[in-house]
Write a protein that binds this ligand. Structure first.
Ligand code: ZN
Length: 256
């Protein structure tokens, strides 16, 4: 690769960094795509309440969210729409392939039986991928960037090699952007939950396999505690599920 062409490429990137990044996030598809991931499934039941398991609640909320977003003209891809087991990495790989602009994973919290606060602990919290997994994300962004670059930019910037150490600038630009966008969406979701009178347990960064390889803003939201009888009733109820879905839809609306 010729140094000067890389220099021009990076110069252009810095000048038009924002629109360049937009181009990446749109993934060429043009339609806003959200991947909804209902946590667990099949042999993996997840957390257990007195009557309900996490995999069922997560799926019910995910299906309602799918319908609500489609009504708004948003393209939705589900990682699962039935009670099946899907490995974590396959879930995010699907989102990467779909060139999604958002990945939302839905889960329920629970405290262990021996925990003194098991019945009384309530609230919602949302996770974004933590630092421990950023190397894996590097690979995913690089892979996606490579494909997109080939399609859209190869003609103009032939010879650009996403594996070139100097293109780290590009990768870290994308990574920072996904991370800050993930935190932005997570915060908007928490604000909506809070507005509905839920206990706000905040936005956290955590090393999570399902989010680790995302090449788009990605969040995992814990919509309540199945170990709390009050919240289990809420999570299993039609009105509770509709309220959670409205909270997420409104947060996505504000995010866009
Ligand atoms: Zn879970």
């Amino acid at each position: 690769m010729i140094r000067s062409s890389l220099f021009i490429f990076l110069l252009l990137l810095l000048s038009f960094g924002n629109s360049f990044a937009e181009g990446f996030e749109k993934g060429g598809a043009g339609t806003f795509t959200v991947v909804i991931d209902a946590g667990h499934g099949g042999k993996d039941g997840g957390a257990r309440g007195a009557r309900y398991t996490e995999k069922h609640i997560a799926l019910k909320v995910a299906l309602k969210l799918r319908d609500a977003l489609r009504k708004k003209g948003i393209r939705v891809v589900m990682t699962r729409s039935t009670d099946v087991f899907i490995p974590l990495y396959e879930r995010i790989a699907l989102a990467n392939r779909a060139k999604a602009q958002l990945f939302i994973s839905i889960h329920c919290n629970s405290l262990p039986y021996r925990s003194a606060n098991r019945a009384s602990t309530k609230g919602v919290e949302t996770y974004v991928s933590g630092f421990g997994r950023l190397d894996e994300q590097d690979i995913a962004i690089r892979e996606n960037a490579s494909i997109l670059l080939e399609k859209d930019y190869k003609k103009n910037y032939g010879g650009y090699d996403p594996r070139d150490p100097e293109s780290i600038i590009l990768l870290s630009l994308m990574k920072d952007r996904y991370r800050s966008k993930s935190i932005q969406l997570a915060s908007l979701m928490q604000r909506q939950y809070r507005g509905s009178g839920r206990v706000d347990k905040g936005v956290h960064e955590k090393s999570l396999a399902v989010l680790a390889r995302a090449s788009m803003p990605a969040v995992l939201t814990e919509i309540g505690y199945l170990s709390s009888p009050t919240e289990e009733r809420y999570l299993a109820s039609e009105s509770g599920q509709s309220e959670i879905v409205k909270n997420i839809v409104d947060a996505i609306g504000a995010f866009r």
